[in-house]
Design a protein around this ligand. Sequence first.
Ligand SMILES: Cc1cc2nc3c(=O)[nH]c(=O)nc-3n(C[C@H](O)[C@H](O)[C@H](O)COP(=O)(O)OP(=O)(O)OC[C@H]3O[C@@H](n4cnc5c(N)ncnc54)[C@H](O)[C@@H]3O)c2cc1C
Length: 279
Amino acid sequence: MNLSKLNSLKIGGKADSYLEINNPEDLQKITSPHLIIGKGTNILFSDKGFRGQIVRLHNQFFQALNDSIKASASCNLPSFVINMATMGYDFSDLSWPGTIGGSVFGNAGTPEADTFSKLLEITYFDLKEKKFHTKKNSEIPNSYRFSDFKNHRDRLIYEVKFKKPQKKQSKEILNTIKEKAKKRAEIQPKGKNAGSFFKNPKNNSAGRLIDLAGCKGLSINDALCSPIHANFLINQKNATQADMIELAKIIKKRVQDKFNIILEPEVQILDEFGKTINL
Ligand SMILES: Cc1cc2nc3c(=O)[nH]c(=O)nc-3n(C[C@H](O)[C@H](O)[C@H](O)COP(=O)(O)OP(=O)(O)OC[C@H]3O[C@@H](n4cnc5c(N)ncnc54)[C@H](O)[C@@H]3O)c2cc1C
C-alpha cells in the first residue's frame, strides 16, 4: 500500500501491509509493528514508507442515546457533523477534516472548542493487553493539541460518547456549518496540506510569527510555505518528506532567531518505523 494515497499531503512511500478493521474481531488481526491511522490529515509520512502494518478503522456508526451521542472513532468528522445537524444536534464547533479517532488523539480544535470539551467517555482497545477500556474524558490527560494517547501509541481509540447537545432546528445548524466552511475557505489555502503545521505558542499565533519572520512564499523544491496562510505548508506537486522537513526547519530557525520562540510541529512527522521525527 502506497502511503501517499492515505494522507492529505499525498507524501509517503510504501507500507509493508495494510489492515482495515470492520468489527471488534478484526482487532485480533493486528500484528506488530503497526501504525493506527485515520484520514491522514495530520501526518507527514516517511519517503521510505512504513515497516509494518498500517491499521485503519472502517466501520462508521453513530447513534443518539438518552444522554449521549455514541460514535465510532472511524467516523469522518465533517460527515458526522452534518449527520448530527440533520438530527438536530449542533456539533458545528468540530468543523475540521479527519476522523473522530484522529481528533481525540491530538485533541484537535479551534479557539472556540476542542474535542475533549465535547466528550463524555472514550473506549479504546489496548493492543498490548488485547482488552477494551472505557474511560471518562476527565480520566485521560489532555490539553491544547495533546491527549495522553500520544504517550500510548498502542491504544486504539475505538468509539466515543459525546455530550448530547440540546435539540435545535436542523436548518439553523446547517447554516452555521456553511458559514464556518465559507470562513475557512477564505483564510485557508487549497492544495495538498495537513492544516496548521506548527502549534500556536502560548498566547501567540504560529502563522503570524512565521509571516513576520519573512517565510511566506519560501519553498524547498515542491514544498511551499503558503503565501495565503503562513502556517500551512503545501505540497505543490511532488514534494517529499525530506523537502517538507527542510522547509519546516528553516521556518523554525527563522522564528527562533527573530523572536526567541521555539515552534513545535502539530503535524505528526514519522520515520519509517513510526517514530516521531523532531525538527
Ligand atoms: C485543511 C485542514 C484543516 C485543518 N484544520 C484543523 C483545525 O482547525 N484544528 C485542528 O486541530 N486540526 C486541524 N487539521 C488537522 C487534522 O484535521 C486533525 O488533526 C484531525 O483530527 C486528524 O484526524 P485524522 O483522522 O486525519 O488523523 P491522522 O492524521 O490519520 O492521524 C493523526 C494521529 O492520530 C493517530 N490516530 C488516528 N486515529 C486513531 C485511532 N483510532 N486510535 C489511535 N490513534 C489514532 C495516528 O496514529 C496519528 O498519530 C486540519 C487539517 C487540514 C488538512
